[in-house]
Design a protein. Sequence first.
Length: 110
Amino acid sequence: MKELGILLMAPQEGAEGGSGGLQTIIMFGAIFIVFYFFMIRPQMKKQKELKKFKESLQNGAKIITIGGIHGKIVEVRDEVVMIETEGGNRLKMEKSAIAKEFSVEDMEKK
């Protein structure tokens, strides 16, 4: 039971002083701040960048879908794009299925 009190930073019975509640609040606040800066904020930034990328898609851009399909955008609509794959096949896909833009750097990595 003593270990649980230490973990929660709550004052034990018979402990002197009344700042145990304040210490607990400060500790939870610090945990929330760390959680925000290391988890929530980077995720929000990544989502904004992805949304901006999907809104900026244009005809002729070479893309890779989340399923690994490589293609070139032929037509862009509100939520749908038409891509042309090797061999001249055309696929209609949701913008949310596009993972990234294919570039020369991607070829050099492989």
